[in-house]
Design a protein around this ligand. Structure first.
Ligand SMILES: [Zn+2]
Length: 113
């Protein structure tokens, strides 16, 4: 349900982008979704199908890229992707999440026919 405003924003951004660059049709949209963002690709797709009608991005294919959260070790300062647990892969120290990581919901690229 919370995907709705996010998809509205997404389409607004695509409209602006199309207008600025003189694009009349978008064929593919790559979207980055952070693992902690709680956005679900299927829901994004559902709202997109519904909301994109009449826009330059209508009928575009959505390609989702899932991104892991990043952690920083509190002992040695090493930064690493969240895998199975929060322990530092170098020293076993406690990893703390880097604020904002894993919560992405953004367009990484678009393709035109
Ligand atoms: Zn460490």
């Amino acid at each position: 349900m919370h995907e709705l405003p996010a998809v509205e924003d997404l389409i607004r951004t695509l409209d602006e982008e199309s207008e600025n660059k003189g694009i009349s049709e978008i064929s593919e949209i790559h979207i980055v979704i952070g693992e902690l963002s709680s956005y679900i690709g299927e829901c994004v797709q559902m709202y997109f199908d519904f909301l994109s009608e009449g826009h330059s991005c209508e009928n575009a294919k959505l390609v989702f890229h899932h991104k892991k959260a990043r952690f920083k070790c509190s002992s040695c300062g090493h930064e690493f992707d969240h895998e199975k647990d929060f322990a530092c892969p170098l020293c076993g120290g406690e990893g703390r999440i880097i604020k904002g990581t894993g919560k992405e919901f953004l367009i990484s690229s678009i393709k035109t026919p």
